[in-house]
Design a protein around this ligand. Sequence first.
Ligand SMILES: [Zn+2]
Length: 246
Amino acid sequence: MKMRLAKSLLIAAGMIPALAMASHWSYEGHSSPEHWGELSNEFKECQAGKNQSPVDISHPLEAHLAPLNVHYTQGPVSLLNNGHTLQASFDQKAQNTLTIDGVKAELQQFHFHAPSENTINGKHAAMEMHLVHKESNGDVVVVAVMFEVGAENPALATLWQKIPQNTDKSVALDAQIDMNALLPTDRTYWRFSGSLTTPPCSEGVIWLVMKHPLTLSDAQLKTFKALMHHDNNRPTQPLHGRVVVE
Ligand SMILES: [Zn+2]
């Protein structure tokens, strides 16, 4: 009853846009990760899900995983600061693919989190990149690459040059980068089942976290952090009996 009254008052006050904003989420304050599940019915899985990401990777189980089967060429074509992350997108999705369990998945986009979302033995990397692939049935496979501060990263340098000045305005990238340069030479990885790390936190995502990090310079990390204004990592979530394999 109270709810209904509050709602009608808002409507009376012409505040419909405020209601529509109910599913706004962020990394700070009232719409921060611990509240995501309460912000919208569509975000329920963020709170109720038992296979949520990110996770802490410790005590992995030896499972003789198949070598990472990626066919990467070049890309991406555009860069967007959507306020939550810096995201690079492709137009021809079939250009970069990954095959896992005999199923092909196409690279849709990649984006960054600082500090890292997944942790290794409780420790964050300076930054984490998520390469988001989609199978034809809609299932998502994320390849995560950690970055530690060290030598400047040439591939990131090409992207960082074009960082959009405005939020929600995508910029075209003229120079292509070799997508293989965004994977470590040693492509051994950890695998587990998880979710999207942003609302709606949908589960059924295959996570492949590369064991070996790449580097970026302190200046490159600072540029990204200044762009985001705040940390953009969701805290690690309970495993609830899940196993990380290697
Ligand atoms: Zn991500």
